[in-house]
Design a protein around this ligand. Structure first.
Ligand code: ADP
Ligand code: MG
Length: 231
């Protein structure tokens, strides 16, 4: 396994929040002093558009972006990028694909974003099955967790779906991303809520989530944690 932790963000459901999850983590970690690699493997190229728009405005410093749409090259491109960064995030096309199998196979953690609805959760379960296949192939455990995105406050569907997932031992991050206009607005600006600097609720969610993820991936990489400027 590479010394640089690799986090793969994936689900079979389009619009679940993969690209948003990827870029908010990248922005948060980069602002804390880590050099972050971003690898887009999704042909819709939305991560590229977001990154390029933001980079032109001076956001996303400390982030190195690469795109690799050929599944045969994903592992070599990821490994090369790992040599330049403290942590690598991979945004993977939302289908059961060789790209996902490979990106999961080299990952230290797979994050599956899902909105609180049945379709997203079925796709989350399908994605977790592919991660299990990657575990079979590599012979190692690949932690895999779901983050709930675009939750609407004051509805019971969130509680219901969380309970259903608990019943089948489906691990969930404690942080929930609520549906907040700032996420979409910041994206139009080529920013994230942090670089855009507006809504404290969104920023708290991003920080709490990035800490949760960080604790999972840097647990054996104390050197990388020390590189951060944050206390
Ligand atoms: N927490 C949120 N609140 C409001 N809008 C969100 C949130 N998360 C994502 N979005 C919006 O939902 C849409 C789909 O998100 P995206 O991250 O592009 O999904 P995916 O990459 O899985 O297709 C985008 O327009 C994005 O701005
Ligand atoms: Mg996307």
């Amino acid at each position: 396994m590479s010394r640089t932790p690799i986090v793969t963000v994936s689900t079979g459901k389009g619009g679940a929040g993969k690209t948003t999850t990827t870029i908010v983590l990248a922005d948060c970690w980069a602002l804390s002093g880590l050099t972050v690699g971003l690898l887009n493997t999704d042909p819709n190229k939305s991560l590229r558009r977001w990154y390029e728009k933001g980079a032109k405005k001076g956001y996303f410093e400390n982030i190195i972006f690469r795109e690799e749409l050929q599944e045969r090259n994903i592992i070599s491109v990821a490994r090369r990028l790992c040599d330049q960064v403290d942590v690598l995030l991979i945004d993977v096309a939302g289908v059961a694909s060789v790209s996902l199998l490979k990106s999961a196979g080299i990952a230290d953690l797979v994050i599956i974003p899902a909105q609180p609805n049945e379709d997203d959760f079925i796709e989350a379960i399908n994605t977790k099955e592919i991660v299990k296949e990657a575990e079979e192939l590599t012979g190692r455990a690949i932690p895999c967790k779901t983050v709930i995105t675009r939750a609407k406050s004051g509805t019971t569907v969130l509680e219901h779906t969380a309970k259903q997932l608990e019943k089948i031992n489906f691990p969930l991050f404690s942080t929930i991303f609520y549906d907040r206009t700032i996420f979409a607005k910041a994206r139009f600006m080529g920013a994230t809520p942090i670089s855009y600097g507006a809504n404290t609720g969104a920023i708290s969610e991003i920080e709490a989530f990035s800490n949760e993820v960080r604790q999972m991936i840097f647990v054996k990489e104390k050197g990388a944690v020390k590189k951060t400027k944050a206390a």
